[in-house]
Design a protein around this ligand. Structure first.
Ligand code: NAD
Ligand code: UDP
Length: 349
């Protein structure tokens, strides 16, 4: 006699659309969604990632996400995908993310980031789908003297990238105000870094990395001769810039917590995802050196234009609304980023 459990048909798994899911943060979040029992459909145009990430996700998660190579600004494609299978929610990571590039090509940033959200939300509404987790950024804040940054700190982004994120938040707030079916969480990431602890997934920047952690990894692996510390005359304890580095797996976990929150809350909410702790450039360098057991060549250079002295998150809202807080510290960030660099990382073509 079969047990009652054996004779029950398996309940269908809820399905999440992850745009930009072969990118850095989207791929790590997809691993956790699969582990939590969701099905995942990734749409990514591969402008900053490669299709082999889908296989790496399968290796790590033990299940393969569906993958469609396409652009989120292709409304007809989204309409077809929404019609084909019931989607429970959308995680929208797809977008351009280089502050420096946005200063050179602002139209590309507005067209891709803002344009992408407009098309996506239109098609979601058309399909009767109203649950959205959006990748925002701490760049929406101005250069504030008052730290930590709370969600009500002044919003005054200094460049087109940050302004594109703020425009999107404004747009999403307006949308939620006009239709109470919308459930939207805009997650303001501070400085995502690190990699999956398996060493099979991580960050793959094209060309010379802008960000400190991938740059440090490339110095450690010998791809770059030295780290240039961008300024040591900031009004901080060691003179170097302070940021809130958050492990990418903690960040990914924050997205699952946001999805749970949206199951019972409608409207629009912006939430910081950071650790609540600031670390200087030299703090990160020293942590990295501890992990790899050797010192790294470095010299002090001039300040990088547009950089602020210090920024870290107030994390009370994330704790109160999402019941989430980061668990990993600088050493885990460095250890996992280095494992990925030294064992798993393949360069982007
Ligand atoms: P990423 O570049 O690794 O991933 C983004 C992915 O989106 C890439 O795979 C790219 O190919 C894809 N993509 C870009 N435009 C697309 C489009 N129009 N249609 C379909 N796919 C498209 O970046 P990431 O670090 O994973 O960042 C994800 C999101 O988080 C971005 O929106 C970014 O602005 C935001 N964010 C990132 C950081 C960070 O430091 N990494 C900080 C704050 C916010
Ligand atoms: N930084 C640095 N050398 C580098 C890259 C970054 O000294 O090669 C510093 C940068 O000036 C800032 C911190 O590291 O103080 C974090 O920079 P990142 O670009 O990673 O993040 P963001 O400035 O966008 O928050």
């Amino acid at each position: 006699m079969p047990t009652p459990e054996m004779s029950l048909p398996e309940a269908p798994r809820p399905r999440v659309l992850v745009t930009g899911g072969t990118g850095f943060i989207g791929s790590h979040t997809t691993v956790l969604l699969l582990a939590a029992g969701y099905d995942v459909l990734i749409v990514d145009n591969l402008s900053n990632s490669t299709a082999d990430v889908v296989g790496a996700i399968e290796t790590v998660a033990g299940r393969r996400p569906d993958f469609v190579c396409g652009d989120v600004r292709d409304g007809a494609l989204l309409a077809r995908l929404f019609a084909r299978s019931a989607i429970a929610a959308v995680f929208h990571f797809a977008g351009l993310k280089s502050v420096a590039e946005s200063l050179v090509s602002p139209l590309d940033y507005y067209a891709n980031n803002v344009g992408g959200v407009i098309v996506l939300c239109r098609e979601m509404a058309e399909a009767g789908l109203h649950t959205l987790v959006f990748s925002s950024s701490a760049t929406v804040y101005g250069d504030s003297d008052t730290l930590p940054l709370t969600e009500s700190s002044p919003l005054d982004p200094a460049q087109p990238y940050g302004r594109s994120k703020l425009m999107i938040e404004t747009l999403l707030g307006d949308l939620a105000a006009t239709d109470s079916r919308w459930r939207i969480a805009s997650l303001r990431y501070f400085n995502p870094a690190g990699a999956h602890e398996s060493g099979a997934l991580g960050e793959r920047p094209r060309g010379i990395p802008n960000n400190l952690m991938p740059y440090l990894c490339q110095v450690a692996s010998g791809e770059r001769p030295e780290l240039i510390v961008h300024g040591n005359d900031y009004p901080t304890p060691d003179g170097t810039g302070i940021r809130d580095y958050i492990h990418v797996m903690d960040l990914a976990q924050g997205h699952l917590a946001a999805l749970d929150y949206l199951n019972t809350h409608s409207g629009f909410v912006a939430i910081n995802l950071g650790t609540g702790r600031g670390s200087s450039v030299l703090d990160l360098v020293h942590a990295f050196e501890r992990v790899i057991g050797r010192t790294l060549p470095r010299r002090i250079g001039p300040r990088r234009s547009g950089d602020i002295a210090a920024c870290w998150a107030a994390v009370d809202r994330a704790r109160e609304l999402l019941g989430w807080q980061s668990e990993r510290g600088l050493d885990a960030i460095c250890r996992d980023a280095w494992r990925w660099t030294s064992t798993g990382r393949r360069p982007q073509p």
